[in-house]
Design a protein. Structure first.
Length: 482
């Protein structure tokens, strides 16, 4: 999270924040040191003031002590306290330590008298700093008449010191904040000046990201490194623009080539459909001629041979042999006519035509064929019906030629928007990838023909097979809803 936040902050802002933190840190340390120095100086001044006040009171109390004028001493203490609010307490003792007057009204707090004792015969003042529950007290002891008359003791608080120190601290803080603001503004201006080349590079890069490859970076004043970076960027953009133009040119050529290939493919598909249509029409014509003309002629020949048997009894054996041969020829003609164009496909539909073909197929090749057909087939489009019939016919022919199978299963299913055909055998199988890749030459061109026929009616043909595991052909062809 922290790295993500830092990434969103600009370089100029980071530079300004660094300068701001640096100025505030230095200002904080500077203010702290100044406060320490001022506090110590003020404390020394407070000590000197305490000595001055104590000396003044000592000079004024000499006669009062010798005359034992306690009332005057009390008035002197009272006037001194009222004129100096920093004085926390003030009391005067004689040479024996007896209390002559004090600001407490009653006795002194315990231990205060002993806290700052002047040695007997000493004429020097003495300052002691006492730590109390009210804070630090500067206790000043001043001898009266060189210690021959007694001692003046007064305690000064630091209330005024801390008030003045807080006032000065706030002034320094305000000055530090102003300096920080001015310094940050100057830092931001300097950062803008220094990062201007980088900003131009960023703007150019963003323009390139939006697809404007004409963006270039022009720098006026900048460092050597920034100029080198700008030159490298411009050189890279020149190469990128040239490469992009070349790629676009090649793409245009590929588009044109694709259009040509698509047009040729459409033409090839159209011609292939025409060829297949012509082929089927020719098959229909030949089948009709074989059935109507040649079939009638052979039938007439068979009837004539039957009549000759009655007129020429001596040639009955030979005539019977010729009649049987004629019957076989007639059956072959009928089978050939059916294979060329089964009339059941036109009259009854795909299901009946496939069932008839499978019956003849099983009888001719001695291969068991299990067929299952579901759905309505009479409404199937003619081009779809003939395509499926021819693909099934080719698949069964491949079983005879290559599979060495003993059993074939055929499933036909008419669904809502498609026709499904599955042809499965228990033969030797093969590797479809190798065959379709052309590694076995033109041996299995029938597979490609099957794919072409299915593709012409918008369907798909899938072959699943492996060596020794048989082969399964799946055919799916879209058809209009029933």
């Amino acid at each position: 999270m922290r790295h993500q936040i830092l990434q969103k902050i600009g370089l100029r802002t980071k530079f300004m924040l660094v300068v701001l933190v640096l100025i505030l840190s230095i200002s904080g340390a500077f203010i702290s040191e100044i406060r320490k120095a001022l506090l110590e100086n003020m404390r020394q001044q407070l000590d000197e003031r305490g000595v001055y006040l104590g000396s003044t009171v000592a000079a004024q109390s000499v006669d009062l002590i010798f005359t034992n004028n306690l009332y005057a001493i009390h008035q002197l203490i009272k006037i001194t306290m009222e004129g100096n609010p920093d004085i926390r307490y003030l009391f005067i003792t004689d040479t024996s330590g007896e209390l002559l007057g004090n600001s407490f009204g009653q006795g002194l707090p315990e231990g205060l008298l002993e806290a700052n004792l002047i040695q007997e015969g000493s004429n020097n003042f003495q300052v002691v700093r006492l730590y109390t529950n009210e804070g630090l007290i500067h206790d000043v002891a001043v001898p009266v008449w060189e210690g021959k008359a007694g001692t003046v003791r007064l305690g000064l608080t630091e209330t005024s010191i801390w008030a003045n120190l807080r006032h000065l601290t706030w002034k320094m803080v305000v000055v530090a904040v102003l300096v920080a603001v001015l310094g940050s503004g100057a830092a931001f201006a300097l950062a803008c000046f220094l990062t201007a080349p980088i900003s131009r590079l960023v703007a150019a890069a963003e323009g390139v990201a939006r697809g404007d490859l004409s963006r270039r970076v022009k720098l006026g004043w900048a460092s050597k490194e920034a100029h080198l970076l700008a030159e490298t960027f411009n050189f890279m953009m020149d190469n990128l623009e040239r490469s992009t133009r070349e790629i676009r040119r090649q793409n245009d050529e590929l588009k044109n080539l694709w259009k040509e290939l698509r047009a040729k493919e459409e033409m090839r598909t159209y011609l292939l459909q025409k060829v297949i249509s012509a082929q089927e029409e020719e098959r229909r014509r030949i089948a009709r001629e074989l059935h109507d003309q040649v079939g009638q002629s052979v039938t007439y020949l068979m009837i004539s041979l039957q009549g000759l048997k009655q007129t020429a009894p001596e040639a009955e054996g030979k005539l019977e042999e010729l009649r049987q041969l004629t019957v076989e020829v007639l059956q072959l003609l009928r089978d050939l006519a059916f294979e060329l164009r089964p009339s059941l496909l036109d009259n009854l539909g795909l299901k009946e035509a496939v069932e008839r073909y499978c019956q003849d197929y099983a009888r001719r090749y001695k291969i068991k064929v299990d067929i299952q057909a579901e759905g309505e087939w009479k409404t199937l489009p003619p081009e779809t019906a003939i395509a499926l019939y021819r693909v099934i016919q080719e698949a069964l022919t491949n079983v005879v030629r290559h599979a060495r199978a003993s059993q074939v299963s055929l499933v036909l299913e008419r669904r809502e928007n498609e026709v499904l055909a599955i042809i499965e055998d228990d033969g030797c199988g093969f590797v479809p990838e190798q065959v379709l890749a052309g590694k076995q030459g033109g041996k299995h061109l029938g597979l490609f023909g099957m794919q072409e026929r299915v593709a012409l009616v918008g369907g798909t043909l899938t072959i699943e097979s492996s060596l020794g595991q048989g082969t399964t052909v799946y055919i799916r062809v879209p058809v209009p809803s029933q």
